[in-house]
Write a protein that binds this ligand. Sequence first.
Ligand code: ADP
Length: 487
Amino acid sequence: LGGIVKEPPMHIVHIAVEMAPIAKVGGLGDVVTSLSRAVQDLNHNVNIILPKYDCLKLSHVKDLHYQRSYSWGGTEVKVWFGKVEGLSVYFLEPQNGIVWKGCVYGCNNDAERFGFFCHSALEFLHQGGLQPDIIHCHDWSSAPVAWLFKDQYMHYGLSKTRVVFTIHNLEFGAHFIGKAMQYADKATTVSHTYAKEVAGNPAVAPNLHKFHGILNGIDLDIWDPYNDKFLPIPYTSENVVEGKRAAKEALQQRLGLKKSDLPVVGIISRLTHQKGIHLIKHAILRTLERNGQPEFHGSDIDVILHRTFLGHPFSCILEMNVVLLGSAPDPRIQNDFVNLANQLHSSHWDRARLVLTYDEPLSHLIYAGADFVLVPSIFEPCGLTQLTAMRYGSIPVVRKTGGLYDTVFDVDHDKARAEAQGLEPNGFNFDGADSGGVDYALNRAISAWYDGRDWFYSLCKRVMEQDWSWNRPALDYMELYHAAKKY
Ligand code: ADP
């Protein structure tokens, strides 16, 4: 065929505890679904093995049906099958109830529950005679797959199979992760810079020879402003101004913000230390000031303002709206934000809105309706928020760390670094972890918005046209899977 070598399809099985949109907690769930779809689109066979939680969003599962059951670990494990976003998913439901807890994480024996799930997933492959080329496991929660496979299953009919392990966040379960790194044939993490940042970690350092950074992408079908039922009008880079204006109005209306032509800064985040909570609060409280003068003198807010910013007076702050969509797994942090929200809302403060739940539809409207999306993470393995923001024509304002550093190039400072990637600058960034850093980036962003709207809109158009999809990363993963097979 004229030199065209057709790659034979590979069979890849993900064993994971999260999958968007049916059991998503964070970026890991997005990656499992969208990486699988991208690899399947390259004509490979992909399956996912997931716990059949009682909290699965079943409305997103097509043709769910019971297949069979097997005995393992002193219980019966029921196997269900269904399609999610066009992917074939096996759901395992051990009848001992370990996945009937009303949540994905949050039980005090999560490690034990997921260890049981990992083991029963390998047993499922073994008993079903399935011999995938690659088993791909993720983070501490399916890390046990790596060693259980090598110690127990590799020698029982699965000798062709290789194990790939991805670290989405080293913060969680470093002990498990170190052991999986040791046993896996290949290991990855989700950006080059994060791979460098964690290279010295004892969980990673001994196995750098098989460790690679591959950037995450976003799923262009799931995140598509031209085909998004949560937006008032569809848009592409061609009508970005009109599309975003309509989305901003809808957002302001939905959140009870005064309809105004102010720049809107969106924040969509888990509220944890990693995400830079103090910097998020700083951005919210900035809206209390206008042109250097505290505009509001209510006692509560004043106390917060002065306590938080003593020694850091704002200078000449331009007006803006801040919209936060976030929730905190730690009830103390959640409470803290609920109190802040109550204070702001009860004083009729109309420039900041805090929505402290998990709300996927609202996240779409914020990505579209915001002018800027702020991601001030203290560390960030890859980050999907800034990529999704760009897909919707919002300009990322980020802290220079991990994947944020690899994907956001400052319009003032990073022209050469962007060019080296074949890109044009696409956002604003800052160093440091204090409020001065956020101010530095936000001031430049907001001023640019006020100074030159045409320039700003051309930037929105530009970021929409950059490719942050899985197209390239999926090819990198295929190369890695092939390398693992030769291992
Ligand atoms: P992480 O996995 O560390 O939470 P990522 O940036 O990789 O961070 O992924 C976060 C994902 O979760 C994004 O898709 C973001 O839109 C979504 N998200 C975070 N918080 C919320 C929320 N409160 N409501 C809706 N979506 C959210």
